[in-house]
Structures are given as structure tokens and as C-alpha cells.
Design a protein around this ligand. Structure first.
Ligand SMILES: *[C@@H]1O[C@H](CO)[C@@H](O)[C@H](O)[C@H]1NC(C)=O
Ligand SMILES: *[C@@H]1O[C@H](CO)[C@@H](O)[C@H](O)[C@H]1NC(C)=O
Ligand SMILES: *[C@@H]1O[C@H](CO)[C@@H](O)[C@H](O)[C@H]1NC(C)=O
Ligand SMILES: *[C@@H]1O[C@H](CO)[C@@H](O)[C@H](O)[C@H]1NC(C)=O
Ligand SMILES: *[C@@H]1O[C@H](CO)[C@@H](O)[C@H](O)[C@H]1NC(C)=O
Ligand SMILES: *[C@@H]1O[C@H](CO)[C@@H](O)[C@H](O)[C@H]1NC(C)=O
Ligand SMILES: *[C@@H]1O[C@H](CO)[C@@H](O)[C@H](O)[C@H]1NC(C)=O
Length: 372
């Protein structure tokens, strides 16, 4: 039996750091935006798109967006019509649920397999790289799936505003509206062909003849490639699509303060000198250790994947939890640390310097840190 008294209802509103904003600013400044902040969200069919980092808020360097969506179990509907971009490099990361991602590179590179269509089932923590001119599409597989997209260079938001059925509002900040798709609902297969022609102004080139293969076995097509079994290698050249399963890519251990394990997803090479991306797993900050202050040359975003991230930017302190995003402009001094046992964050950094932890890191074979 439950007895709820009004005394149980306490006012939990508190003053917060001015770092918090409810939409990405239209100029570069340090900020934090909470997971599921709605202020700038749009709905396309059942999918809700949010834009924690925009071209404007990153000085044109990159965009970070998220798509929350249910699966469409009754139909094999794609999340978007197959297409490619000539100028934008798109990066897919699975924050929640599962989705399938298909890619087909534009050209076969000498000495490498041809442009055979690749398909992967991405579960939480998996990553897929879709460079320019790579045809791609995706399909949502689980009822509460969230795809985190990184797009380089920044921009691209206008496409989603153009395609939007409505601006998304939800006083509860629920990930997406729990209503069934209309039978004519867009968002499953995307806009009709007559609209597609207009999308070239947004660097979207439809590939109506692309046929997403359905012969996945153990999460991949072609089958038998060791997805989630073997180590994934990041290509030593730009321009090829590739996939990195959670904790199956390269790993480096940094011991500067506590432990930090860096797992690169995009290197200066595959990011074409424009951006790097990866994850940092950190141990509890040592109680006798001082905070390391960092000043990076380039704008860098962090999104919490697991645990909680403490961050101090320009004398403002904040604690971020899963899905929260912080943007730290280049040349702004900041510190970050974990006050819980295991915290994992994604980073996206403009340019090639990245988060500068790798310089003093050693190769490491594990996604967890040492016992002492
Ligand atoms: C993509 O294709 C377009 C049109 O063929 C070409 O102009 C552009 O250089 C290609 N981009 C890359 C990065 O290869
Ligand atoms: C969304 O809101 C903006 C103003 O913030 C408005 O210009 C736009 O038309 C709205 N879009 C839709 C699809 O209602
Ligand atoms: C299609 O969906 C739109 C938006 O949900 C709705 O306004 C329209 O009436 C629907 N059309 C048909 C033919 O069902
Ligand atoms: C799929 O996984 C099962 C179980 O691990 C394995 O026995 C089978 O060989 C795999 N199939 C392929 C094509 O890799
Ligand atoms: C902090 O404590 C650990 C273990 O107790 C010790 O190894 C380390 O040297 C100490 N660090 C500092 C800066 O005192
Ligand atoms: C922010 O946190 C650090 C580390 O705990 C602390 O030294 C500093 O005083 C805090 N700053 C503010 C403004 O609370
Ligand atoms: C940071 O400062 C350096 C040296 O003054 C400058 O070259 C660089 O452009 C600055 N970075 C940003 C993002 O403003």
C-alpha cells in the first residue's frame, strides 16, 4: 500500500548554471544542452530530430543531432529514402535501441573490395561512417531508438526544417510522441519523389534504385565478417565507409589523472582533417589528485553515454548525465572528471588535434581500466 502525502512533494527547482540553454546558440559560446531538450525539435513522421550542436554553435565545424523514433514493426519501412551527399560526411552512433545502416561507396578503391552494399545492425555504442558520395539509408529496429548523428562540416539543419511535418513540442520532453503512424505517414520512407528534386539544394541526392539487402546474418551483410566478434580497424584512407562495433575498435590508456581509455572512431585521416570523434571512458577522479585544466585549440563537444560527467568551464560547474551535451569552444579553459566509478562520453572535435589525450597514452586491449 502506498500513502502519498503532499509533504512528499518538494520543490526540486534549483538555480542552475548559466551554461544551460534550451537550444543551441546561434554563435559560438560554451553551453550545455540537456538530453531531450525540445526547444528546436522537429517531427518528420514519427521521428523527432533534435539539434544540440549546430553549424552556427560550432563555428561551422560540425553538427550533432539526434533522432528519437519508434520502430515500425508492421512494415519494413526505411527511416529515410536511400541517398548520398556530395559535401557532407555523416556519422551514425547508436545511443539507445537498435537500427540497421546500409552503405555503398561511390567508387571501388584500388586494392580494396568493390562497392558492394554493406549492412550492419547497430546496437548501443556501435558506430558507422558515411563519407561524401556514399549511398546510405537506415531503418529503426527497436521501440525507443536514438540515433546520434555527427555531420561535417556543420550545417544541414535546414534540411530537417524543410522536411518537418511540424515543430515538436512536449511539456514532458518525451523522446517522441507515442501515437501510431498514419497510414500515409511520411518519416517512414521519406518524402515523395517530386519533393526529392528540391532536396539537392540541401546536398541530398536520392538513389531511388538502391535496394537495401536483407540477407543479414548475425548483424551483418555480407555475413561471416565477424561483426561484434573481431576487432574493427579504422581505414588508413579517407572516403570509405566503415563500422566500429562497441569496444571492438582500437583503444588507448591515458594515466594523466585516474584512468582514461580513448577509443577513436574518426581519425584525422578519416575525418579528412576537419574533425575527429571517439569515446573516453574514465575512472573515478582520484580524491588526492588535482583537476587537470585543458585548453583545446578547436571547438569540442561531449555527449555523456554512461555514468556522469563533471565539467568546469569558465568557473561554472555542472554535472551531465546520459544524453546531455556540452560544447567547449576552442581556447576556453575547462576541466572534466568523473565522481562515479565508470563514465563514458563521446567527443567530437573540430580539426585534427582532438582531445590531446593520445599523446601520452599507451595501446590498451580492454574497454575497462586496471584494478589499481
Ligand atoms: C562527390 O561527387 C561529386 C560529384 O561527382 C564530386 O564533385 C565530389 O568531388 C565528390 N566528393 C568527394 C569527397 O569525393
Ligand atoms: C516551426 O517554427 C518556426 C518558427 O520557430 C516556423 O517558422 C516554422 O514554420 C514551423 N514549422 C512548422 C512545420 O510548423
Ligand atoms: C495524411 O496525413 C496527414 C498528416 O498526418 C493528414 O493531414 C492527411 O489527412 C492524411 N491524408 C490521408 C489521405 O489520409
Ligand atoms: C552466426 O552466429 C552463430 C552463433 O555464434 C555461429 O554459429 C554462426 O556460424 C554465425 N554465422 C555466420 C554466417 O557467421
Ligand atoms: C594519490 O594516491 C595514490 C594511491 O593512494 C598514490 O599512488 C598517488 O601517488 C597519490 N597521488 C598524489 C598526487 O598524491
Ligand atoms: C567547481 O568545482 C571545482 C572542483 O570541485 C572546485 O574546485 C571549484 O571551486 C568549483 N567552482 C565553483 C564555482 O563552484
Ligand atoms: C586559439 O588560439 C590560437 C592561437 O591564438 C589560434 O590560432 C586559434 O585559431 C584559436 N582557436 C579558436 C577556435 O579560436
Amino acid at each position: 500500500m502506498f500513502i502519498i502525502t503532499t509533504s512528499a512533494l518538494i520543490n526540486i527547482a534549483s538555480t542552475r548554471s548559466p551554461l544551460y540553454v534550451d537550444r543551441a546558440p546561434n554563435f559560438v559560446r560554451p553551453y550545455i544542452i540537456e538530453h531531450y531538450a525540445n526547444a528546436q525539435a522537429v517531427a518528420i513522421g514519427q521521428q523527432v530530430y533534435r539539434f544540440p550542436v549546430t553549424g552556427a554553435s560550432s563555428g561551422g565545424a560540425f553538427s550533432l543531432l539526434s533522432t528519437s523514433s519508434p520502430s515500425s514493426p508492421s512494415s519494413p519501412a526505411l527511416g529515410v529514402l536511400p541517398h548520398h551527399h556530395q559535401s557532407y560526411h555523416e556519422n551514425f552512433f547508436c545511443l539507445k535501441g537498435r537500427f540497421q545502416l546500409w552503405t555503398s561507396d561511390a567508387v571501388a578503391v584500388a586494392g580494396v573490395d568493390s562497392n558492394e552494399i554493406q549492412a550492419r545492425l547497430l546496437t548501443v555504442g556501435d558506430y558507422g561512417s558515411v563519407p561524401q558520395n556514399t549511398t546510405h539509408t537506415f531503418q529503426i529496429q527497436d521501440p525507443d531508438t536514438e540515433v546520434v548523428g555527427v555531420i561535417s562540416p556543420g550545417g544541414f539543419k535546414e534540411l530537417f526544417f524543410f522536411l518537418a511535418d511540424s515543430n515538436y513540442t512536449a511539456s514532458t520532453q518525451t523522446p517522441y510522441a507515442p501515437v501510431a503512424a498514419t497510414s500515409n505517414g511520411s518519416g517512414s520512407a521519406g518524402p515523395p519523389p517530386e519533393v526529392l528534386q528540391q532536396l539537392q539544394q540541401f546536398d541530398v541526392y536520392a538513389e531511388l534504385d538502391f535496394n537495401p539487402r536483407r540477407d543479414l546474418v548475425n548483424g551483418s551483410a555480407p555475413a561471416g565478417i565477424g561483426w561484434h566478434e573481431k576487432m574493427d580497424i579504422i581505414p588508413a584512407m579517407a572516403g570509405r565507409s566503415y563500422f566500429v562495433a562497441k569496444d571492438h575498435g582500437p583503444k588507448f590508456l591515458n594515466r594523466d589523472t585516474g584512468y582514461q581509455i580513448v577509443q577513436p572512431l574518426v581519425t584525422p585521416t578519416t575525418g579528412e582533417g576537419r574533425f575527429t570523434q571517439g569515446t573516453i571512458t574514465m575512472s573515478l577522479h582520484p580524491s588526492n589528485g588535482s583537476l587537470l585544466m585543458h585548453t583545446l585549440a578547436s571547438h569540442t563537444a561531449f555527449e555523456v553515454l554512461e555514468g556522469a560527467l563533471w565539467i568546469s568551464i569558465s568557473d561554472e560547474n555542472a554535472t551531465l548525465i546520459t544524453g546531455d551535451v556540452a560544447l567547449v569552444p576552442g581556447n576556453v579553459t575547462f576541466a572534466y572528471w568523473s565522481e562515479v566509478a565508470f563514465t563514458k562520453v563521446m567527443y567530437v572535435s573540430a580539426g585534427i588535434e582532438g582531445i590531446v589525450l593520445l599523446g601520452s597514452a599507451e595501446q590498451w586491449g580492454w574497454p575497462v581500466f586496471p584494478v589499481e
